[in-house]
Ligand binder design. Structure first.
Ligand code: ARG
Length: 461
């Protein structure tokens, strides 16, 4: 028989189709532990308000402990007739504590303030787990950077050869956005650390309960200032969904590069066997599936965010049942990232770089032309002119199908008297890289300093 949370004003139970539509235990059961923790805190404030006596409080807490054990062991589970995690657990409590005592716990709280609070608790815990896993990816990137302190590679803009850079510099360029994502999760946590419990359905409670005591017991730094906001707001959920989508997008950019780097044409990396897959038909295939799944799941994480935002758009205050749709997107984001991130850090940690090939290609495609122009500037030639002269050298080399360093001293003298043989000192990958030594540049000295900063940031977070 269905144990309903209402009934007084109803002639009968809900239609089967409505019950099926309404039911959320398939996804909200993962909040059961948080709901029970909330119930414990709520029982204590009921006691302090004189609504549970000493014996009732201790029986209530004991019953909640038993319920938690039964949930943990799987002995207690939601039934088809339970609408949501709250109604299922109330049924469980009534079974353990009896209807007399069990029926007292619902005073002064609503599923509206409960669910808003549980969601924040769950997301705060999840943010911690995800942050740790993102930092594992960062650790893999930093370790690869440290393992290749002076290996050059072609630096690209528009996917065209631009200027040589250090591989370590490029890898760290993927680490910094991830460090900022972890910083964003910490920021998120500060805003999520405010408890809606005590807001009731929307207007607060008349029973003299103390929302701040509940907040403190549940690990929040405060309770909400506004009970309507407390029950209706989901911007904190959306912020979480944004950060998880951003993490997906950041990982997808490195994924795309790894996929390119693993092609025959690039041949910059070899993926470890443990982090690549084969083909059912083509015996030679070794596929970068971790990177491809990451790229694909980034789309899914963006969908989680936009779906949630669409649900929230134009929703009037305060609680509306639409808000039940707030959970699956963020749960999916959590499940997606916690599955993805360990595979991703494993893939990065085990990448093998073909540093010889990268070094060979680093200066090609006239990637040292900027060095020629900047050398001319150091000789006092205005940059506009210097740019033209270096461009003329590129044009000549291109017409001869050779590189800048293959042109003769006479070729250079023919372009300009300023292009003396001394200019050749910058026509090398190493010279080009080490000349960019100011903060944030690609010189070995600057990248060594950057590595220290990245390590420091990693240990701060
Ligand atoms: N299951 C609902 C949710 O996830 C919470 C219950 C509030 N329901 C209600 N009819 N007031 O948002």
């Amino acid at each position: 028989e269905r144990i309903s949370l209402w009934g007084g004003r109803f002639a009968g139970g809900p239609a089967e189709a409505l019950a099926a539509l309404s039911k959320s235990t398939d996804f909200d059961w993962r909040l059961a532990g948080y709901d029970i923790a909330g119930s414990r805190a709520h029982a204590r404030v009921l006691h302090r308000a004189g609504l549970l006596d000493e014996a009732e409080l201790s029986d209530m807490l004991a019953a909640l402990d038993t319920l938690q054990e039964q949930v943990d062991s799987g002995e207690f589970q939601p039934e088809l007739s339970d609408e949501d995690v709250h109604s299922a657990l109330e049924r469980g409590l009534l079974e353990i504590a009896g209807p007399e005592l069990g029926g007292k716990l619902r005073a002064g709280r609503s599923r509206n303030d409960q669910i808003a609070t549980l969601g924040r608790m769950y997301l705060r815990d999840s943010a911690r787990i995800i942050a740790g896993q993102v930092l594992d990816v960062v650790e893999s990137l930093i370790a690869q950077a440290e393992a290749h302190p002076d290996a050059p590679m072609p630096g690209r803009t528009h996917l065209q050869h631009a200027q040589p850079v250090l591989l370590a510099h490029h890898l760290l360029a993927h680490a910094w956005p991830l460090l900022r994502d972890v910083d964003r999760l910490i920021d998120f946590d500060d805003r999520a650390a405010v408890s809606p419990y005590g807001s009731g359905a929307l207007a607060g409670s008349s029973l003299g309960l103390d929302p701040q005591a509940v907040a403190a017991e549940l690990g929040f730094r405060d309770s909400v200032e506004n009970s309507i906001d407390g029950t209706a707001a989901r911007d904190v959920f959306a912020e979480f969904a944004f950060v998880t989508a951003m993490i997906g997008v950041d990982l997808s950019r490195l994924s795309e590069e790894i996929i390119l780097w693993a092609t025959k044409e690039f041949s910059f990396v070899v993926l470890d066997d443990a982090f690549s897959t084969g083909s059912s038909i083509m015996p030679q295939k070794k596929n970068p599936d971790v990177a491809e799944l990451t790229r694909g799941k980034a789309g899914r994480l963006i969908g989680d965010l936009t779906g949630l935002l669409a649900t929230l758009k134009a929703m009037p205050l305060a609680y509306n049942r639409d808000l039940q749709e707030d959970k699956e997107p963020v749960f999916d984001a959590v499940d997606t990232l916690t599955l993805l991130l360990p595979a991703f850090s494993g893939m990065v940690a085990t990448l093998e770089f073909n540093t010889e090939r990268m070094a060979h290609l680093a200066p090609r495609g006239f990637a040292l032309a900027t060095d020629v122009a900047e050398w001319l500037v150091r000789q006092g030639v205005p940059f506009r002119v210097a740019h033209e002269l270096a461009g003329a050298a590129v044009k000549l080399a291109e017409s001869r199908d050779c590189e800048l360093w293959d042109l003769t001293d006479e070729d250079y003298a023919g372009i300009s008297e300023h292009l003396t043989p001394q200019m050749r000192e910058v026509l090398s990958t190493e010279g080009s890289i080490d000349s960019r030594s100011s903060k944030g540049g690609t010189a070995r000295s600057a990248v060594a300093a950057q590595l220290d900063s990245a390590r420091a940031e990693l240990s701060r977070l």
